[in-house]
Write a protein that binds this ligand. Structure first.
Ligand code: F6P
Length: 491
């Protein structure tokens, strides 16, 4: 946090993301506020609170409200305002083309290699361009100087850096790509690959979670654009403009926000077992995801089934609780996935249930972060089985929640988090038996081993927290600016 302040003395930052950090919805006469399930929001919110400024996002919750009710500009967080949330409203048609269409039926499967064929429609691409321009105009309007610091978030806005650069050539634009970047062959199937790459190279800094995604991006640029790439300094020069391309593994706030006011681990354990109608020594596994086909939820359920098959002593004595926040439900692939998840849970439960016990408890609804935190603290093991994931902050949140230094983490090797949390039980989620064995190992792990592993993972999340993530990008941006100034003087 201090490093951030040092980097930003006197600067107001502008963050741009599709997802807004607070969603206001009307319930009868009352307006309710909730926080969406989004790794991006989890990470960027504390940075914004530390820096203050303006967060520009797509207004989602209040779309059905009267215009006068919509709160275009709200001070947030509601209980103790620290920055301004500026909402951009999209029509149904714009949202369908830009968000559901190009971003989530095109770029999302394109970058995740999750065996869902990307769909690219020219009409979606037109909306994507138009909405990127709308957000660029909003940034220009919000900027109070000709060199603002703008943090652009994610694949919804690949064109935004180039558009901001055209209007504000001196801006410091830090773009972070929250999802994986595939290899050049995979990315190359996108009909507008050159336009996307050029847009991204409007950034001062372009960040990815892992060195592997950074390398894939550089190779993609090398394949499809005329640029100069300096591998040693990890920079790309395109049309005379220099962009530093680096890996910055994202993280979470430390100390965790609810540290002071959360129930004890004992209370969380007891509460969870009471909710399940289970004995105090009942073993509980937890999964927390958006209902998304990249998260490996089906593979995870199959691993639970295999666990019960291989270790019958756990039948009646182990429950897997899956929190699954509904997501992008307007899309066919997501509706189909939702049905598959429910059907598989039903089939496994029918196979093993006895009396009031069932092995899988599927809670397919939104849960506020503080409630999720209580599940983390009450569980014996947290399971993350993404088939491909930029970072996965659930793994880090679980670790941060366990100040008792207990609990096991089963973690997919295909997450960015697996490159950092080496003491997790790392698995290939496609290997069902291996995941089942890791689950078995986690629920039977001696306390001492749990402590050693958890202590080391907690030290990593503490030391490499989200303030460090943002601070490093700002520091590198300052270096690039300095370098540009010097080379302009020499010229
Ligand atoms: O980090 C990936 C991401 O797609 C974010 O951009 C997004 O906020 C989050 O996952 C949740 O998805 P959505 O905003 O589409 O609900």
């Amino acid at each position: 946090r201090n490093l951030l302040h040092k980097q930003l003395t006197g600067e107001r930052i502008i963050v741009v993301s599709n997802r807004e950090p607070y969603i206001h919805t009307r319930k009868g006469e009352r307006i309710e506020v909730h926080r969406p399930a989004s790794g991006l929001v989890t990470a960027v919110e504390p940075v914004m609170r530390a820096c203050s400024g303006t967060w520009i996002a797509h207004g989602s919750g209040t779309a059905d409200m009267e215009a006068s009710d919509r709160h275009d500009r709200v001070p947030v967080p509601p209980e103790h305002p620290e920055y301004t949330l500026r909402r951009i409203w999209l029509s149904k048609e714009e949202e369908n083309g830009y968000y559901y269409g190009f971003a989530n039926e095109g770029l999302w499967p394109l970058c995740h290699i999750a065996h869902v064929r990307p769909i690219f429609r020219s009409s979606d691409w037109e909306k994507y361009q138009a909405i990127n321009q709308r957000f660029a105009d909003a940034v220009v309007k919000e900027a109070d100087s000709d060199n603002p610091v703008v943090l652009v978030q994610d694949y919804h806005f690949a064109l935004l850096p180039g558009m901001i650069r055209a209007a504000l050539p001196k801006a410091t634009i830090i773009t972070f790509w929250h999802i994986p970047w595939p290899n050049p062959e995979s990315f190359g199937i996108c009909p507008w690959r050159e336009e996307l790459l050029k847009g991204m190279l409007g950034s001062t800094i372009l960040g990815f979670h892992t060195p592997f995604h950074r390398k894939n991006f550089l190779e993609t640029v090398d394949r499809y654009l005329e640029t100069r790439i300096e591998h040693e300094s990890s920079t790309v020069t395109h049309n005379g403009k220099l962009t530093m391309v680096e890996s910055y593994p994202i993280s979470i706030q430390w100390p965790p926000p609810w540290q002071e006011r959360q129930p004890t681990v004992e209370e969380c354990r007891a509460g969870l077992r009471q909710e399940l109608g289970a004995a105090p020594d009942h073993k509980v596994g937890i999964g927390v995801d958006r209902l998304d086909y990249t998260k490996g939820i089906l593979e995870r359920f199959r691993a639970v089934e295999k666990l019960l098959e291989l270790h019958p002593e756990l039948q009646g004595n182990f429950t897997f609780v899956q929190i699954a926040a509904p997501s992008r439900s307007a899309l066919d692939d997501y509706q189909a996935f939702d049905a598959q998840v429910h059907n598989l849970a039903l089939r496994i439960n029918q196979r093993y249930s006895s009396g009031s016990w069932k092995p899988i408890v599927l809670k397919a609804e939104h849960h506020e972060p503080e409630v999720v935190n209580r599940y983390y603290r009450g569980a014996d093991v947290c399971v993350v089985t993404s088939l491909h994931d930029g970072m996965n902050l659930v793994a880090k949140e679980f670790v941060a929640s366990r100040d008792d230094e207990q609990g096991g983490l089963v973690l997919s090797q295909f997450t960015g988090a697996a490159h950092e949390l080496h003491e997790a039980l790392v698995v290939n989620p496609y290997h069902i038996e291996q995941t089942a064995q890791a689950l078995h190992r986690a629920v039977n792990m001696p306390d001492l081993e749990q402590r050693e592993r958890m202590r080391s993972m907690r030290a990593l999340v503490r030391d490499f927290n989200v303030y460090r993530w943002a601070g490093r990008m700002l520091l590198d941006a300052a270096r690039v600016r300095q370098r540009e100034k010097l080379s302009a003087r020499i010229r």
